[in-house]
Design a protein around this ligand. Sequence first.
Ligand SMILES: C[S@@+](CC[C@H](N)C(=O)[O-])C[C@H]1O[C@@H](n2cnc3c(N)ncnc32)[C@H](O)[C@@H]1O
Length: 362
Amino acid sequence: MMTDKMICPRCGADFNRQGNTQWECTGCGFTVKFLDGKPVFTDFPQDLNPSEKIERSAEQGTVWRRFNWKFIEKIAGSMPEGSDVLDVGAGRADFKALFARHHYLGIDIYPYPEIDAAVDLISMNPFRAASFDLVVLANVIEHVYEYRALVSRCVEVLKPGGALLITVPFLLKLHQEPVDFHRYTRYALQTLAAENHLAVEILDAYHNPLFILDEGIGTAWERVKSLRGLPKVFGKAGVYVMQKISNGLKGSLGNGSINPADRVGDPYLLVYQCLFRKPGGTRELPGWQFSAPQSRLSTRISPPSSATRSTAGKRWASELKPGWWAMKKALLPTPKSWARVTCRWSSAIHTARRASIRSSTW
Ligand SMILES: C[S@@+](CC[C@H](N)C(=O)[O-])C[C@H]1O[C@@H](n2cnc3c(N)ncnc32)[C@H](O)[C@@H]1O
């Protein structure tokens, strides 16, 4: 039973778990009430908009959620059977299915039907220290004002050698308002890892310029609908054309790409996907490492080691267009060579301009 990992958050003693309406601490008498069959440790905020259940998977949901899924699936697949997993801010436990081989426990501040316990980990920690091999914070830390306190709690409950998995949006509209507080840069995420003495094993960024374009087109459509007369007619036509162009580009560019976040390139990334490792120690289970499969076009969510990171190049994440990407790679110059050519052109133009200015001045 994964709930055996729960102890009294006040004194650390075990609970008397007889009865299914409440638990009572055998040490200090602290009681935890049950709601719909699950322990509720903390009051949940009344201003939180509970999410509705949406069926999501590697094929369903927004593109960035699908890449979340693939990323978490890879990590789950790399862990030994029976590993202990804590999904913090699990919500509707979308990712629970990925941990069928493991011992999974989902918690959330809100008592969603799919979770195992309702708890705000910041105000109360009911878990024994060093209990979990993996702690998941999927799309949570942007909703937590005191995110540093939450992360340090997560690290406390991680076993030595265990890992903290974070997915977090960078360019995404406000959501779950008013509980939407932060967006993080990779520098913030690296600092978060460093201040918790975690090694950065993966820090990848998901890019998809067409997603951003589509969001803009959607907003433009809403604006255009409120216009009148000719501006409305032209506006609608313009939005229609833009959508057609975007759809056409999707045919060739696919669903975006996952790259190591430190790769110089497109700064308009959508989502970060991270795996931070707690330094190892003596453990009951053999330590697990996420071992990157041989880089193949069909497994593009592979984390390069820190040594290969800088040379990893673009790992196209879209599985829809491997043929296109292979052809593009073979035929077209790389972004670096484009940059080199462009620099040469621009410096040649610059020199020519200066020369012409000089000649006209002298
Ligand atoms: C955007 S949802 C993400 C849900 C799920 N992880 C997913 O990716 O589908 C963020 C979740 O974090 C939960 N949350 C916010 N603050 C929390 C806290 N302090 N402790 C636990 N969960 C929290 C919210 O209730 C919400 O369900």
